[in-house]
Design a protein around this ligand. Structure first.
Ligand code: GDP
Ligand code: IMO
Ligand code: MG
Length: 452
């Protein structure tokens, strides 16, 4: 009986007895932002998507704004994976994403008009993904007003309802795609309850419940053909014939709810763990993890930014880099490349390689600085501070490089780059301790120098 079983537990299987083989399956390639967002993730994904079978989003919502330029045409994506451009690949919105349905269809229709035909047939949506309702977006705005009144500052969110929707999810009152597609009477009841909860917190919130439900019912039918069990879909994709699967990160490491500059962050995990939890895939199926970093630093919204340049340098980076938010149209704050944060992002994500974008923006500078360490009271600190008051106080130690003062936008290979630019790139690579696989010198697909 029991004793016998225990005795045999550690012995090799008897000859002829078949044990299930653990077939590891295909690996997914993950593309993640290594700074405060807008590093050019969309462009890197687009580059890899030309060969991908499936391109997935695993977290965030339409707070993301990814610009991709193909054949002179500019596309903006917010909820749709950038891989939707590729007519041969499937795009998947995973369970970790929060979906605002009016936003999703508006985005699809807008791109349809630009020539992106048949996107609805190439999109798969996880039935476990949570929904962002219009009132979540209104509440996002109300919370910002409240923060401003209470603390004299807000977060500067995108007002896409991201924080409130993830709050509903965490407090277990949220509604998912599977609920919308299930019994509509049940859905309506839970929707009304959720509205009531928010109204008790925000008495000024008015919601036309019947009108909302009518619209949601219409969206449900348009969405239905795209919805799958995301876990099973990914399982089949990982264990079927060889497939190239790509995960497109949204937002970035320093905006991560756990590791970012809290509370000035977004509400999801934008680091590598989000790929597993947001798609329902095992860690052993994670392959390459590519970090995307700009050759300088930008940030949208409020919060500490040690290498920020509130001077002519910052303005030059802003104008030359066209640093304006894709989602909100706000000017992005600009500063020197901060390698402390990129290294911190690497500690969390374990990048296998880096894409360094927008090198061309630095072409005109006489001198280029790179933040290499933070000091507190004159002493270097080895970690990235959790406390924002501390981060506000750090003194940045810089390394200074001579500018190359040469137009790099036509460079297509390493040898086309000026030696001074090569030195800048090599320094970054060595300091982070991760190889740089691509260097971006322009907006379009071909403006990406591949190093290996
Ligand atoms: P994402 O949110 O990380 O996908 O990045 P965004 O699309 O918000 O912002 C990056 C911007 O830089 C986009 O407008 C891109 O077209 C542009 N871009 C990306 N790579 C390069 C590059 O190497 N050089 C230049 N000049 N622009 C680039
Ligand atoms: P992509 O994917 C830059 C910032 C907002 C704000 C904070 C919280 O294009 O890199 P939220 O609306 O998420 O509650 O806002 O996070 N933020 C981004 N900044 N790029 C993004 O995405 C961002 N997503 C959120 O500006 O400071
Ligand atoms: Mg962006």
């Amino acid at each position: 009986g029991v004793q016998n079983n225990q005795k045999n537990a550690n012995q090799p299987a008897a000859t002829g007895q078949k044990r299930p083989r653990n077939d590891a399956g295909n690996k997914v390639t993950v593309v993640l932002g290594a700074q405060w967002g807008d590093e050019g993730k969309g462009k890197v994904v687009d580059l890899l998507a030309t060969e991908a079978d499936i391109v997935c989003r695993c977290q965030g919502g339409n707070n993301a704004g990814h610009t991709v330029v193909v054949d002179g045409k500019e596309y903006d994506f917010h909820l749709l994976p950038s891989g939707i451009i590729n007519p041969k690949s499937i795009s998947l919105i995973g369970n970790g994403v929060v979906i605002h349905l009016p936003g999703l269809f508006e985005e699809g229709d807008k791109n349809d008009k630009k020539g992106l035909k048949g996107w609805e047939k190439r999109l798969i949506v996880s039935d476990r993904a949570h929904l962002v309702f219009d009132f979540h977006q209104v509440v996002d705005g109300l919370q910002e007003t409240e923060r401003q009144a209470q603390e004299g500052k807000n977060i500067g969110t995108t007002k896409k309802g991201i924080g409130p929707a993830y709050s509903s999810k965490a407090s277990r009152t949220g509604l998912r795609v599977c609920d919308l597609l299930g019994d509509f009477k049940d859905f309506s009841t839970r929707f009304k309850n959720l509205v009531q909860q928010y109204q008790s917190m925000y008495p000024s919130l008015t919601v036309d419940v019947e009108d909302q439900l009518k619209k949601l019912k219409e969206f449900a039918e348009r969405l239905r053909p795209m919805v799958r069990d995301g876990v099973y879909y990914m399982y089949e994709a990982l264990h079927g014939p060889p497939k190239k699967i790509l995960v497109e990160g949204a937002n970035a490491a320093l905006l991560d709810i756990d590791f970012g500059t809290y509370p000035f962050v977004t509400s999801s995990n934008c680091t590598v763990g989000g790929a597993c939890t947001g798609l329902g895939i095992p860690p052993m199926n994670i392959g390459d993890v590519f970090g995307v970093a700009k050759a300088y630093t930008t940030r949208v919204g409020i919060g500490a930014f040690p290498t920020e340049q509130l001077n002519a340098i910052g303005e030059l980076l802003q104008t030359r880099g066209h640093e304006v938010g894709v989602t909100t149209g706000r000017k992005r704050r600009c500063g020197w490349l901060d390698l402390v944060i990129v290294r911190y992002a690497h500690m969390i994500n374990g990048f296998t390689a880096i894409a360094l974008t927008k090198l061309d923006i630095l072409d005109v500078l006489d001198e280029i600085k790179v933040g290499v360490a933070y000091k507190l009271n004159g002493k270097r600190i080895p970690h990235f501070p959790a406390n924002m008051d501390v981060l506000q106080k750090v003194e940045v130690e810089y390394e200074t490089f001579p500018g190359w003062k040469t137009d790099t936008s036509a460079a297509r290979k390493w040898n086309d780059l000026p030696v001074k630019a090569q030195n800048y790139i090599r320094f970054i690579e060595n300091h982070i301790g991760v190889p740089i696989k691509w260097v971006g010198v322009g907006k379009s697909r071909e403006c990406m120098i591949q190093m290996f």
